[in-house]
Design a protein around this ligand. Structure first.
Ligand code: PLP
Length: 356
């Protein structure tokens, strides 16, 4: 049976990416070698790296003053690299979930990391508004999509200090005004590629302003200078990312995918709001994530949680269990998830309601 892949990460990739990746494993760019066994210094791979960067630039309309990097270490390493490279004595964080909390924790190693606002009081089920950001902080850090809690900051915020964003789980899902940010980072395994590569978009003028020594491998300037080839980059994951970026371009880019993402999310949120068995965990439609859609059983139907999980599984749904800190269900609707999968989940919810 065809599976409907709602996993939060690593997660569904376009069929195009899978097909092209299989081809590349057999024969990479007509080289007669597999992408798994070629040199990162080969002309074929250098072309792949350059094309991946060019596609990122084109799709997100990244201005020339920004550098694009493909690094190892995951988004979690960026939690530390950001303060290490950019924070003098003070930084500011919007604490909207578990990943934001982890990022904030790393910044505390380097000085005063101000929590400008947090939604922890309500188990991170909303995006705080009306906070003020200290003008003397080196930067303000946000997490645009809170993968675990299903909230999303869909509007690029206006601040007067450098803005940094963890966009791991909503990068390439919608247009972003990159010029508002000094640095954007994203682990690839949610919307781009298999695990192993992290995309960083950084405006060069924010670098070189800290006095602390930074280890060579953790200094953004090292990787800018070497064009992400200072050491062996994650060759396979970059190749897969290139395929996803091509797929996205052919489909019409981030504006086109945003329309699809809004449509898919609306379909599921409408059913959650309508179905008497389920309630959404995020109430304000403005704060609801288009990527990770969280819901729980209504109070009087709590005992149906396990039966619904089993029913959904019997219908081919995988990966809909909520994160342990929220419970209930989480359906991730990343770029590659077809609308048919969302429709299948909605139909499953309707059928389950009829049976109970
Ligand atoms: C998954 C995720 C991370 C962690 O990514 P790693 O690559 O595993 O370090 C960080 N931030 C967000 C928003 C995520 O969704």
């Amino acid at each position: 049976m065809k599976k409907h892949n709602f996993f939060a990460g690593p997660s569904i990739l376009p069929q195009y990416t899978l097909d092209k990746t299989i081809e590349g494993i057999r024969d990479f760019a007509g080289s007669g070698l597999s992408v798994l066994e070629i040199s990162h210094r080969s002309k074929e791979f250098i072309a792949c790296m350059n094309d991946s960067m060019a596609l990122c630039r084109e799709l997100l309309e990244i201005p020339a003053a920004y550098q694009i990097l493909f690094l190892g270490g995951g988004a979690s390493l960026q939690f530390a690299m950001v303060p290490m490279n950019l924070m003098n004595t003070k930084s500011a964080y919007l604490v909207t979930g578990e990943w934001a909390t982890k990022a904030h924790k790393e910044a505390k190693i380097y000085g005063e990391a101000v929590e400008v606002a947090s939604s922890k009081d309500k188990n991170f089920n909303y995006i705080p508004k009306n906070y003020s950001v200290p003008a003397d902080a080196s930067y303000f850090h946000i997490t645009t999509n809170n993968t675990i809690y299903g909230t999303e900051l869909k509007k690029d915020p206006d601040v007067n200090i450098p803005l940094i964003a963890d966009m791991s789980s909503d990068i390439f899902s919608r247009p972003v005004d990159v010029s508002k940010y000094s640095l954007i980072y994203a682990g690839a395994q949610k919307n781009l590629a298999p695990a192993g590569v992290t995309l960083v978009i950084v405006k060069e003028d924010v670098l070189g302003k800290v006095t602390r020594p930074v280890p060579t491998m953790l200094d953004y300037r090292t990787h800018i200078k070497a064009e992400s080839m200072f050491n062996t980059p994650p060759v396979f994951a970059v190749f897969a990312a290139q395929q996803t970026l091509k797929w996205l371009k052919d489909l019409g880019g981030v504006k086109a995918i945003q329309t699809k993402n809004i449509d898919k999310a609306q379909l599921l949120y409408d059913e959650i709001d309508r179905n008497k068995l389920f309630v959404p965990t995020v109430n304000d439609p403005e704060d609801r994530s288009l990527m990770n859609i969280c819901f729980v059983m209504a109070e009087q139907y709590k005992e149906l949680e396990q039966p619904f999980a089993e029913f959904a599984k019997s219908k081919g749904m995988v990966g809909i269990a909520g994160h342990r800190s929220v419970g209930g269900f989480r359906a991730s609707s990343y770029n590659a998830l077809p609308k048919e999968s969302v429709q299948a989940l909605v139909d499953t919810m309707k059928e389950f309601e009829k049976n109970h």
